[in-house]
Design a protein around this ligand. Sequence first.
Ligand code: PEP
Length: 247
Amino acid sequence: MRTKLVAGNWKMHGSLATNAGLLQAVRDGTTGKAEVAVCVPYPYLAQARAVLEGSAVAWGAQDVSEHAQGAFTGEVSGAMLVDFGCRFVLVGHSERRSFYGDTDALVAAKFAAAQTAGLIPVLCVGESLAEREAGVTGEVVTRQIDAVLANSGAGAFARAVVAYEPVWAIGTGRTASPQQAQEVHALIRARFARDSADVATGLRVLYGGSVKAGNAAELFGQPDIDGGLIGGASLVAADFLAICAAA
Ligand code: PEP
């Protein structure tokens, strides 16, 4: 039985003032039935730790350097994230892939660096609208996963999470239907099963892309959907907590 996980991705939103209430409300409203995490911007990791330490809510970051340390101006290492108590880190979010040139190979290196530091990477994969319309969703998602499998091996996914996020559904208000999402989630699990049945059975595959309180329960009710990666709705405590309750 896989414990559901709901992770918020705050993206580049927030301030010390607004975060304080949001973090406290998420802490107070989390029941502990599903696992809950928030991935906050780097400067707010200390604040997240101060509010969430000792609670049922974990915290993490939205990206990590592929390097352990050194002359890499502007980068943040996995060890630094661990220093701030992070449990999770997103790697390969579509906004990193499309705006910052994170290639499959770079994402694979970031995934490995995160694990070496002791973090649980949340590997984000997903197709663009053009790719879906061209009928290559399965190929795109498999290619993105295969790059990480080639570098880290299937065993690494015993300590990782995958998030399926169709790019056309992120921040657009357009959600994949539960059937569309389930189809890709099943494909993802089948890809892992080719390498390791145990890893495939235990792997949590989250869905992300305009998840709201109103559509979360049906999405999370699909057999291969193990929770969600939540962008916009994670910025409003009541919305995020309602999604967590649906999990
Ligand atoms: C995301 O940023 O990972 C995401 C899923 O965003 P949204 O929920 O706003 O679509």
